[in-house]
Design a protein around this ligand. Structure first.
Ligand code: NAD
Length: 363
């Protein structure tokens, strides 16, 4: 494999600690496998604001645009809560998503056997669960115009948001869903409210048309309210679930909770494939956890799993991604837990860096 350019942005708080564990793995891969990475590391978030005057500098943004993939830790913290809005740590993430045109947000909900008891659902419903929620990230009601709050009569107000989708936006996210399903179990569930929303009607029509190019994939349509119910009734019926920005926001959080722990949740945001290159940002779902930052207590697994997603979806290294996930499963089966997962005396409590070492040793 040729050198892959990876931009590493650890960010603030535990972002640095969890990213250090991924860098150990990348270093090991470079030394022992026939793959080499061209890694560069830069500041982002509050740390970048303090040292460079903005939460993401133009130079860092340019490096992100040039990279094959961006690995992101977490940003934010109380010390930056009063920084002006456009320079806030979170603004860096929004700029990255916008300029890299990352319209597809992937959130897997995978239940590791050793942690199945931590799920709020019954063991038989979640044991072995492995589903992928794909959310449209750059359009829909969060961005649609017109929007605002205005006075319609003296002293009385109305608020307006606009849910809008163009056919090409639906087509491109549907294509990502079908492509992902090909690498998984060949099933896509498309979720909308075609019974009561015009955007739902168009969504269903476009997905059906796009599906004509993917005859080997099973397509199922489901109304969003029914989907919310099915996610807690029988989540294992799903493989890839694709939906719009608003429904995806809700359903991905619901699916995330099936797995029981924030420190275990990876995510990826992907752009369109252009000339064989697809922009991608890979990050844990959790934030910078200021309450435990600097204590070597954080769980690095969400970030390591985000790196595994990078291997699978951007670098076409499915086998390697799978072996990394299997090793994590093994370490958990052996009873090792960071503080967020630790629940009984028969488990071994380990630090963030120890968890990274255990994973590396077993690789
Ligand atoms: P958080 O995810 O940082 O923390 C929530 C709770 O979960 C905390 O108790 C924390 O200790 C724990 N936790 C989170 N990740 C963990 C891990 N890997 N291992 C062990 N425990 C973990 O959310 P918050 O406290 O609401 O936000 C803190 C800061 O992070 C805020 O400034 C917020 O804006 C920011 N934030 C950033 C992102 C991001 O960078 N993508 C996402 C969410 C929040």
């Amino acid at each position: 494999m040729s050198n892959k350019k990876i931009l590493v942005l650890p960010g603030d708080g535990i972002g640095n600690e969890v990213m250090a564990e991924v860098l150990k793995i990348i270093d090991w891969l470079s030394k022992t496998r026939s793959m080499s990475f061209d890694i560069s590391e830069r500041l982002v978030g509050g740390t970048a604001y303090d040292k460079e005057g903005d939460s993401i500098s133009d130079e860092t943004m340019q490096e992100a645009l040039d990279a094959d993939a961006v690995l992101f830790g977490a940003v934010g913290g109380p010390q930056w809560d009063n920084v002006e809005r456009e320079k806030r740590p979170e603004a860096a993430l929004l700029r990255l998503r916008k300029e890299l045109d990352l319209f597809a947000n992937l959130r897997p909900a995978v239940v590791f056997d050793a942690l199945a008891e931590a799920s709020p659902l019954k063991l038989n419903l979640v044991k072995g669960l492995d589903i992928l929620i794909l959310r449209e990230l750059t359009s829909g009601v969060y961005f649609g115009q017109p929007r605002g709050i205005e006075e319609y009569e003296p002293g009385k107000q109305k608020a307006l948001d606009t849910q809008i989708y163009f056919d090409y936006e639906i087509d491109r996210i549907a294509r990502v869903a079908f492509d992902l399903a090909k690498k998984r179990n060949n099933k896509v569930t498309s979720v909308e409210k075609a019974n009561v929303m015009e955007t739902g009607v168009l969504w269903r029509q476009v997905v059906k048309k796009t599906h004509e190019d993917y005859s080997d994939i099973t397509l199922e349509n489901m109304l969003a309210d029914n989907c919310a119910m099915q996610l807690v009734r029988n989540p294992k019926q799903f493989d890839v679930l694709v939906t719009d920005n608003l429904f995806g926001d809700l359903l991905s959080d619901c699916a995330a909770m099936l797995t029981g722990s924030l420190g275990m949740l990876p995510s990826a945001s992907l752009g369109a494939e252009i000339d064989g290159k697809r922009n991608g940002l890979f990050e844990p779902v959790h934030g910078s956890a200021p309450d435990i930052a600097g204590e070597n207590k954080a769980n690095p697994i969400a970030t390591i799993l985000s790196f595994a997603m990078m291997l699978r979806y951007n670098l076409n290294q499915q086998d390697l991604a799978k072996s990394l996930e299997d090793v994590i499963q093994k370490v958990l089966n052996e009873g090792f837990r960071t503080a967020d997962l630790y629940s009984s005396d028969d488990q071994t409590l380990v630090s963030c860096s120890k968890m990274g070492d255990l994973i590396l040793e077993r690789l």
